[in-house]
Ligand binder design. Structure first.
Ligand SMILES: [Zn+2]
Length: 223
């Protein structure tokens, strides 16, 4: 896979997974799936609209068009980054030198209140990050400046999706209080999966070691 060109805005690298202002979601008409269980698009395109049987939001791919929304997430690029464990910022593979040097572990960096560590088995929709991008992100990203936690992860494994649940009776989106970004995390085993319009690929982090990011990046080595 060719690594996409790194785009910049006001001197900072724009994360690969950030949406641009001309990338606005295209709402499709949600209907009951022909086989009766779950949702479908009225004009569904089998190859483009589903992944592993789950319906996904429709989002155009116009990376670089307009202005970047640095706090947002483009669902399909997030999925691409998560599925292939690409750095969420520069889109290079995180199976890199640092991965080898650290005994086959990926760096995950997530927004967190002070003192909160990434727990073993925690689910996340935040793709991994490479060392140079982590160094820049903790300086540049306003969200991360509020607090973050980092972990080296041996096995980020597919877990499910985050998305909007639809009421099987009314086919309307269900309210999602107390959720992250208004999205409900739904595992691949969950019977609600067919009623979910997915917007993020979610992994579970196995083999987690919390790390002091500053020390890790300063030494660049094994942690
Ligand atoms: Zn990177």
């Amino acid at each position: 896979m060719n690594t996409p060109r790194q785009l910049t805005w006001n001197g900072w690298h724009v994360p690969f997974i950030a949406p641009w202002s001309r990338e606005t979601p295209r709402a499709g008409t949600i209907v009951r799936a022909p086989q009766g269980t779950g949702i479908a698009y009225a004009d569904e395109l089998a190859a483009a609209d589903r992944r592993n049987g789950t319906l996904w939001v429709r989002f155009p791919a116009l990376r670089g068009a307009g202005k970047p929304n640095l706090a947002g997430v483009h669902p399909l690029r997030q999925r691409q980054a998560m599925s292939h464990l690409l750095c969420q910022v520069c889109a290079k593979s995180t199976y890199d030198d640092a991965f080898s040097r650290r005994g086959g572990r990926h760096l995950f960096l997530v927004r967190a209140d002070k003192g909160q560590a990434i727990r073993e088995g925690e689910t996340t929709a935040t793709p991994p990050i490479c060392d140079p991008c982590a160094t820049e992100s903790v300086r540049a990203c306003p969200e991360l400046r509020k607090g973050y936690t980092a972990a080296l992860v041996e096995r980020p494994q597919p877990w499910g999706v985050a998305g909007t649940l639809y009421d099987p009776r009314t086919l309307r989106p269900m309210p999602a209080p107390n959720t992250r970004d208004g999205l409900t995390f739904v595992s691949y085993e969950d019977p609600q999966l067919p009623w979910t319009l997915a917007a993020r690929d979610v992994v579970t982090l196995l083999g987690c070691t919390t790390v002091d990011l500053d020390r890790l990046l300063a030494h660049g080595a094994t942690a």
